[in-house]
Design a protein around this ligand. Structure first.
Ligand code: B12
Ligand code: SF4
Length: 438
């Protein structure tokens, strides 16, 4: 069965876009099982016009269109889905992704959405396409949500895939590869995203990882991962990588093995990882550097100890200081990320955060405004405080960490939060150091 998998446009053009490896993985999985997927990365293509998008998606009469959905993208997806249904009301619209897993019921606020998949997508998507093709009743499929007589039914989730090595490599051939090369600050040539694990065992109050992965971490083996890197280097001429993992070094032994295999295979690559400050030591940092790690990205979150504690991250300022200083000592560039607008954040604590960023003095820093993504503890808090009201589907547009305050849980005004974000970037940008030519 044919399916178009769609990464929707980011009409605000905030942040950087990255290859939708999730869609390439889903495509590879169903293609291996006889289906015919296509991928449209509208964010990379920079096509924003809803009518133009609908015409593009509908031009070859694909019976199913599946969107991957982050929260701020929901409103535009709903508009695109409606425009597709206007062209042919029989087209089946399916949604998956973190937003769906966190707020599945609200997804059906829009009448053009037919089905949604919660959690891990490969097996439900295969079943969905198989069942449609065989004319079977799709409503029995685990992880599937749908409308029934005016109600929304969410089927129970199936167990997670046990062995991530059993998944095929992503269908890179379906992605617009030439578009993933315009990174202004980091990558020098064509790069690719890569997933080496799924999930995170921590439970920070702002984070949506658990919503999809349920706090369980599964790893691909070092061998399987390095085989994927080698394929990309040899067959796709890619030498720069961004690991999408939540915490690349959480499994110390595997991280060291990956570095060792990259060296052993003689792979001349540059890559970028995200990690928690308490999952790296001098030995891993040195191994990463030797294997080609270009930069380590660390979520610092706050410069105020009490706020930091309240996030549930379980890391203290001293740990952050010592990790960043160790990384600088061995010459490993660091990017940091801070959140302003935590519950309880005041003028004073936000200023402390900006000062802490300056103290850590990483190569680059991001200052994000807190957002209560569906399914997170911040979302529960916002609900409890009555900040979310009934249906707020169209407001999901504002759930980005930039340029908007979606729901303000802090003790300062929306205007002040925005002003602090602007000030933090202005002050930090003067220090920002590019990694491009290193
Ligand atoms: C890489 C990444 C990015 C990249 C690329 C995103 C991409 N195209 O994949 C970039 C940098 C662009 C990015 C941007 C943003 N991101 Co981001 N990102 C990630 C990260 C670290 C990894 C994503 C990933 O590949 N995961 C692995 C894959 C396999 O999982 P997956 O994407 O969830 O897909 C699986 C299922 O969800 C499902 N599925 C997904 N799509 C579909 C579609 C269909 C049809 C089906 C059936 C199933 C299905 O099947 C997949 C395979 O099992 C995650 C953290 C995480 N742990 O997932 C955050 C995460 C997805 N990002 C998040 C956020 C908030 C953002 C931003 C909104 C932040 C911002 N700047 O404002 C922006 C979006 C910009 C915008 N304006 O909309 C949140 C999402 C929360 C939410 N409810 O939306 C996450 C979960 C981070 C977090 N821990 O809270 N992000
Ligand atoms: S912020 Fe990082 S450490 Fe915390 S739950 Fe999310 S992925 Fe895990």
């Amino acid at each position: 069965m044919r399916i178009s998998l769609v990464n929707p446009p980011n009409i605000e053009h905030t942040g950087t876009f990255r290859p939708p490896i999730n869609l390439a993985g889903l495509a590879a999985y169903v293609r291996e099982r006889g289906h015919e997927p296509k991928i449209y990365d509208l964010e990379a293509e920079r096509i924003d016009d809803v009518k133009q998008i609908a015409e593009l998606l509908m031009k070859d009469n694909t019976p199913v269109i599946g969107f991957t959905c982050l929260t701020p993208r929901y409103p535009v997806i709903a508009n695109i889905a409606a425009a597709c249904k206007n062209i042919d009301s029989k087209v089946i619209i399916l949604l998956g992704g973190p937003h769906v897993s966190g707020a599945v019921e609200s997804v059906f606020d829009d009448s053009s959405i037919d089905y949604a998949v919660v959690g891990e997508g490969e097996e439900p998507l295969e079943d969905f396409l198989d069942y449609l093709e065989e004319g079977r009743d799709v409503t029995a499929i685990p992880n599937l949500a749908y409308r029934l007589n005016g109600r929304i039914v969410v089927n129970p989730r199936r167990p997670f895939i046990k062995d991530l090595d059993s998944l095929p490599f992503p269908a890179w051939d379906l992605l617009p590869l030439s578009l993933y090369d315009n990174d202004e600050v980091m990558f020098n040539s064509h790069y690719m995203g890569i997933n080496s694990a799924r999930g995170c065992a921590w439970d920070c109050n702002f984070c949506a990882s658990r919503v999809i992965w349920n706090g369980k971490v599964r790893f691909r083996s070092a061998e399987n991962l390095v085989k994927e890197i080698k394929t990309l280097v040899e067959d796709y001429n890619i030498s720069e990588f961004m690991f999408y993992d939540d915490t690349f070094t959480v499994n110390r032994k595997r991280a060291l093995k990956v570095c060792e295999l990259i060296k052993k295979e003689g792979l001349k690559i540059r890559f970028y990882v995200s990690l928690r400050a308490d999952t790296i030591d001098r030995e891993i940092a040195a191994a990463l550097k030797e294997a080609g790690c270009l930069v380590v990205y660390i979520g610092v979150e706050s410069g105020n100890e009490d706020i930091l504690r309240s996030t549930g991250k379980g890391i203290k300022k001293e740990q952050l200081r010592s990790t960043v200083s160790m990384l600088k000592d061995i010459g490993m560039p660091v990017y940091t990320s801070f959140i302003i607008g935590h519950p309880g954040d005041t003028h004073e604590t936000i200023r402390e955060t900006i000062e802490f960023a300056k103290e850590l003095d990483s190569e680059q820093a991001k200052f994000l405004i807190a957002v209560p993504y569906p399914g997170t503890h911040l979302y529960d808090l916002a609900l409890k405080k009555g900040f979310l009201g009934g249906s707020h589907a169209s407001e999901f547009f504002y759930y980005s960490c930039y340029q908007h305050v979606a729901v303000n849980l802090s003790a300062v005004s929306d205007e002040d939060l925005m002003a602090y974000q602007k000030k933090a970037y202005e002050e930090y940008d003067l220090r920002k150091r590019s990694l491009k030519k290193k």
